[in-house]
Design a protein around this ligand. Structure first.
Ligand SMILES: [Cu+2]
Length: 383
């Protein structure tokens, strides 16, 4: 995509192997780009806290022998409690075997909210890893990811559940995890860990809602902007009205030109805040190509997280009105009959549509300078 505006010198011009982030950071440093908290992140790491079983599993490529799942999620882009040991990457890219662009297949990110677990404890083990991700027919990005995809897996729990979380870093760059659904000492829980090390913490979500999670290692812009984000949906203890529930994570892409078929993320471009793409669930216009389908008469609930890193999402459904928008934790602070509501970067909200009329309804970021860059999908209401 051609950028019509003058751009600062791009670090990508200095990169010969765009997937080599260690070289990128070294060159960034040499280029005078301040990456202050990388050093801080390195200094605040902890020893490898993985269990012996996990280490053995990593060595053999097998899953660690933890408890069996009570049931598997129907959404492959979701993560329920006991699938924590499903270490197979969700994309075709894996450490040491990152394929070329031609071998990286496109997959539609499943927007379905996964079912709640029968357990009140979710045990999550995410891995920070680099991966090539095909976001469209003609674009493969070299991403920093949680679990090999962007967004990372959808997490679903209830208010008051216990989330036992572990992050293991498989990448040369320090990473961390910041759950917006947690109330916890961030200096301890959200600290960075180096390659091979892990950080673990536990929290109980206090409020219902659509919450972002992301790598918080500085510069945070670079880590979110390179793919390290996702959604944790916290349902209220008292169920909301029956609905078809979907998760949309808006995010922006700032990319260099392709090298060897892969586009690296471009940090100076992130600072310029003029994205190449703005997407729902990491692929521009994917739900135009393959819409979300519901039946007439159904209530549709969108849990929308705006991962940013910079721009708002002005959410709107063409030809419909939101029956309900929850300004606070659902079911609180509900307002009715809303046409458009903006979700700030780093924020999340819950939107409901009563699909009384059959048809094809575009759901859009009504800030169309960004909507046109890929944050548009189609909700098909079938009679
Ligand atoms: Cu990171």
């Amino acid at each position: 995509m051609t950028d019509p505006l003058p751009q600062p010198p791009r670090l990508s011009d200095l990169i010969t192997v765009p997937t080599d982030r260690r070289a990128f950071l070294a060159k960034a440093s040499a280029f005078g780009i301040a990456l202050p908290a990388l050093a801080a992140g390195c200094s605040r790491t902890e020893p490898d806290a993985r269990s012996a079983a996990d280490k053995a599993a990593s060595a053999t490529g097998a899953s660690a022998p933890h408890a069996s799942p009570t049931h598997l999620p129907s959404n492959p882009d979701s993560r329920l409690d006991s699938s924590l040991n499903h270490v197979a990457p969700l994309s075709s890219a894996a450490p040491g075997t990152v394929p070329g662009a031609q071998a990286t297949a496109f997959h539609r990110y499943d927007p379905a909210l996964p079912p709640l677990s029968s357990s009140s404890t979710l045990k999550l083990h995410f891995h920070a890893r680099e991966a090539s991700v095909r976001i469209s027919d003609d674009t493969v990005v070299a991403a920093w990811t949680f679990e090999g995809d962007l967004p990372g897996p959808i997490v679903h729990c209830r208010v008051g559940d216990t989330v036992e979380f572990t992050l293991t870093n498989e990448s040369a760059v320090p990473h961390s995890m910041d759950f917006h659904a947690a109330q916890i000492d961030p200096k301890q829980a959200f600290r960075s860990v180096v390659k091979g090390a892990s950080v673990s913490y536990t929290f109980k979500p206090k409020y219902a809602g659509a919450f972002m999670y992301h790598c918080g290692t500085a510069p945070v812009l670079m880590h979110i902007g390179s793919g390290m984000y996702g959604a944790i949906i916290v349902s209220p203890r008292e169920p909301l009205p029956a609905a078809r529930e979907f998760v949309l994570v808006q995010s922006e892409f700032y990319l260099s030109d392709a090298s060897q078929g892969v586009r690296a993320f471009d940090y100076p471009k992130m600072l310029s805040t003029l994205p190449d793409f703005v997407t729902f669930n990491g692929r521009p216009n994917q739900y135009i190509k393959d819409p979300i389908r519901v039946k007439v008469g159904e209530r549709v609930r969108f849990w929308l997280v705006n991962a940013g890193p910079t721009h708002p999402c002005n959410f709107h459904v063409v030809g419909e009105q939101f029956d309900t928008v929850y300004l606070g934790a659902p079911p609180g602070s509900a307002i009715r009959g809303v046409q458009t509501w903006d979700v700030a970067p780093g924020g999340g909200m819950c939107f409901e549509v009563l699909c009384d009329v059959p048809g094809e309804f575009p759901f859009v970021n009504h800030g169309f300078g960004h909507g046109q860059k890929g944050s548009i999908g189609i909700l098909v209401v079938e009679s």
